[in-house]
Design a protein around this ligand. Structure first.
Ligand code: HEM
Ligand code: HEM
Length: 174
């Protein structure tokens, strides 16, 4: 039985983590940019990186179900059940945030770098627009909180329990 995840699973995990944090920070700061080209550019980058993360997530799930490492559980009982539940929740909330992001761009009829404009879904329906914006924001915040708890748990494994849980998700120095 291998002692750590395969290289591809490890890189997919860390690219996902970096993109989630970068997208959350970008989402929070879009409105700090002056109206017009700078704000459109920032929003377009957010949308492009978001779609890229969607493709990475699809590939990651395909890899995970198929040839990716299937390691034995690191704990037992309720703690292990909680860890598995959090992993499922991370996949589910990430997928929901990505889908709500696409829905957000669609109901807003956003432009990408002023080069291409998405046809707006139900123009004039301000209530729907606010609802989708709020849901995307809520889902992104839940994702960040879950990821924070998950990261804290893995750091506790490493520094307090001093076991192998974090190390098996880190690139080996071999
Ligand atoms: C937004 C950020 C993150 C997301 C979305 C995320 C998501 C996930 C998911 C879904 C898994 C389960 C993998 C599987 O078995 O299919 C996982 C595993 C893992 N993650 Fe994260 N993660 C994030 C950030 C972090 C951070 C910051 C750390 C460490 C400080 C971390 C450490 C780990 C470790 C050690 C595992 C393996 C756990 C085990 O083997 O049981 N993750 N992560
Ligand atoms: C995990 C992935 C993502 C995260 C963490 C994320 C996070 C955020 C956050 C925090 C906001 C600000 C919400 C607010 O306070 O009003 C936001 C706004 C937005 N997001 Fe995302 N997002 C993600 C993916 C996507 C995707 C895939 C798209 C589109 C394809 C997208 C499109 C948008 C749009 C159009 C806005 C509104 C920008 C504005 O108010 O000017 N997001 N996102």
């Amino acid at each position: 039985m291998p002692l750590s995840y395969d290289r591809r699973s490890i890189w997919l995990h860390w690219i996902t983590a970096v993109l989630v944090i970068a997208l959350w920070c970008a989402g929070q700061t879009i409105d700090w940019f002056p109206k017009g080209t700078p704000r459109v550019a920032m929003r377009s980058l957010h949308i492009c990186f978001g779609v890229t993360l969607g493709l990475i997530l699809g590939y990651r799930i395909w890899w995970r179900i198929g040839r990716g490492s299937h390691l034995p559980p690191t704990g037992t009982g309720a703690i292990q059940a909680l860890a598995t539940l959090v992993h499922f929740a991370l996949y589910a909330v990430l997928a929901a945030t990505l889908l709500l992001g696409v829905a957000n761009a669609w109901v807003r009829g956003d432009t990408l770098f002023n080069l291409f404009t998405l046809p707006q879904f139900d123009p004039g329906n301000k209530a729907l627009r606010t609802q989708v914006e709020d849901l995307h924001s809520l889902s992104a915040n839940i994702l960040l909180i879950l990821a924070g708890l998950h990261a804290a748990a893995s750091l506790a494994h490493h520094f307090i329990l001093k076991d192998n849980v974090l190390r098996r998700m880190l690139p080996s120095r071999r």
